[in-house]
Write a protein that binds this ligand. Structure first.
Ligand code: ADP
Ligand code: ZN
Length: 517
């Protein structure tokens, strides 16, 4: 076997691996199935191209976009690697070249669209020729919960079996937990090695505040960023116009952007934002897709975003140049209610709604997180890190109290009911409520029944989100959204580990203000 580093250098002309690549390459070379989750531009292609060249055999690459396939094939051939593609746009000469090279065993990387593999006898032909590695790019396309579901991707598990259960590497830039679960379940029979890398954006300062005088809070934030370019996201079209107006009155160069504006006005505002310095774009989520302005110095949310993924995407538009950038998200109970009712009122399927609720809950848990925000955010995506020193919680600290007893009450209610129930049922047990479900299941006879009467339901919901943010419980989505206990949760339940929770988010806004003043 050739040394991977030598091929990295000799064939690709790169001197070192990027973060994450080496571990993935080694795992593929060791014969494991792999799921690799890395942001766009992180260098995912190398993770299957390099192992292919280190070993013998043919790698079949599934990719949904013909243009991308063509670029990759051209780049590989430029490096002197025999590569080709099976797609409807090929001319007959090219098809013959590909077929010959596969038959003679010269072909190293063959790109194909999922349609091509699903609808023709191509898979049988490839199975006879022998495929050593199946690489599935844009693997989130198997998930109905993502933004890019493609039915042909659902057939790839079958393609894999028809190729003799060939070793598989799936790659995606979509890190969210439910999509990842979907990929594993649809493409793999046994759990692959999972690698998640590169989601941290250390130059972004993270901060979230409960709204108390939201306009004053926003203005205080903006005052630190005079004459810098930034984006403020609002929840409604109306709110963008009003806020842009008051910012202009306060001497900022601010302009609104939303889907209800005339196309020409929108385009004009966008151009000004892109071309000039120091413009504040006050926008709905309609703004930002495909906008690549490197020196956006801040992103603020005047209201809670739609989900934890939306939050990550939106703050990610700041600091693309790698220089320090600032973020602030304001949230309130009203926002949470609004977001909840948007989910309930949509015509999504029950399953989809469950996923959306979970994504919203994860964001609310991040708002109330009792530890470093970056740790909490990245943990949602599956990455672990040290406390960052660049978020409001690391910098300002939070008011913590010993919440071990509260955590144990919650954990115990979850365990005693067999880890089969969602938030409201668990809280009803703690509150000692004799609901129909509780009476029918006999949960009023549990030892934990009614042990949480000293707190309100609102407080318990927050406490539950906090122990979720700490990773003591996990949400199982396979049936109803039901809570299960993690290893750390077990340790807490056994009294092996204390738990500190946030006191400030449990108090009513009025109490909080008087304490602060
Ligand atoms: P992704 O698929 O993750 O979006 P690509 O595989 O297209 O990313 O890679 C993005 C760019 O990074 C490509 O131009 C590629 O040549 C380059 N690249 C990948 N790995 C390395 C490396 N180890 N050193 C330098 N450049 C790299
Ligand atoms: Zn931090």
């Amino acid at each position: 076997m050739t040394d991977p580093l030598k091929i990295l250098h000799d064939v690709f002309g790169f001197s070192t691996f990027r973060d994450g690549q080496e571990d993935i390459v080694r795992s593929v070379l060791a014969g494991h199935d792999v799921l690799a989750v890395m942001p766009t531009g992180a260098g995912k292609s190398l993770c299957y191209q390099l192992p292919t060249l280190v070993r013998e055999g043919l790698t079949l690459v599934v990719s949904p976009l013909i243009a991308l396939m063509r670029d990759q094939v051209a780049a590989l051939r430029h490096f002197g690697v025999e590569a080709g593609s099976l797609n409807s746009a090929n001319d007959p000469d090219e098809n013959r070249r590909v077929a010959d090279a596969v038959r003679d065993g010269r072909m190293r990387l063959l790109y194909a669209s999922p349609e091509r593999l699903a609808n023709s006898n191509a898979t049988e032909w490839l199975a006879r020729s022998g495929v050593s590695l199946l690489a599935i790019d844009e693997a989130h396309c198997v998930s109905q919960w993502g933004h890019d579901f493609r039915p042909e991707y659902a057939l790839l598990g079958d393609v894999r079996r028809r190729l003799g259960g060939v070793q598989t590497i799936a790659l995606t830039a979509t890190a969210d937990v439910s999509t990842r679960g979907d990929i594993m379940h649809r493409l793999f029979e046994t759990e692959p090695r999972i690698f998640i890398h590169g989601f941290d954006r250390p130059n972004l300062r993270l901060a979230m505040q409960s709204k108390d005088q939201s306009k004053r809070q926003l203005f205080a934030f903006l005052d630190k960023h005079r004459r810098e370019s930034g984006i403020i996201y609002c929840a409604s079209r109306n709110a963008t116009e009003k806020l842009a107006d008051s910012l202009c009155q306060a001497g900022y160069r601010a302009m609104p952007y939303h889907a209800g504006m005339a196309q020409a006005d929108r385009a004009k505002n966008q151009d000004i934002f892109l071309q000039e310095d120091g413009v504040v774009m006050v926008a709905t989520v309609a703004f930002g897709m495909g906008i690549d302005k490197p020196d956006v110095r801040f992103v603020a949310h005047a209201a809670l975003p739609k989900s934890i993924e939306a939050y990550y995407q939106e703050i990610g538009r700041a600091g693309r140049d790698g220089e320090a950038a600032d973020t602030l998200t304001l949230y309130g109970l009203d926002d949470m209610r609004l977001r909840r009712s948007q989910i309930e009122d949509s015509d999504a399927s029950e399953e989809q709604k469950r996923v959306e609720r979970q994504r919203l809950n994860a964001l609310v848990a991040l708002c109330e997180a009792p530890r470093c925000r970056r740790q909490t955010l990245l943990a949602y995506f599956g990455e672990t890190t040290e406390p960052c020193g660049n978020c409001d919680l690391c910098i300002d600290g939070v008011v913590l109290f010993d919440g071990t007893i509260e955590a144990q009450k919650l954990l115990s209610a979850i365990v005693r009911t067999g880890e089969r129930f969602g938030t409201e049922h668990i809280i009803s047990i703690l509150m000692g409520e004799e609901t129909d479900a509780i009476l029918r299941l006999g949960h009023n006879g549990l030892k934990t029944f009614g042990v949480g009467k000293d707190r309100s339901k609102t407080e318990w919901r927050s406490l539950l989100r906090q122990i979720y943010a700490l990773g003591l419980i996990a949400l199982e989505l396979s049936e109803y959204g039901r809570w299960t206990i993690t290893e750390r949760g077990v340790a807490v339940l056994k009294g092996l580990e204390p738990v500190e929770l946030r006191a400030d988010v449990l108090m009513k806004p009025r109490e909080r203000k008087s304490r602060r003043g």
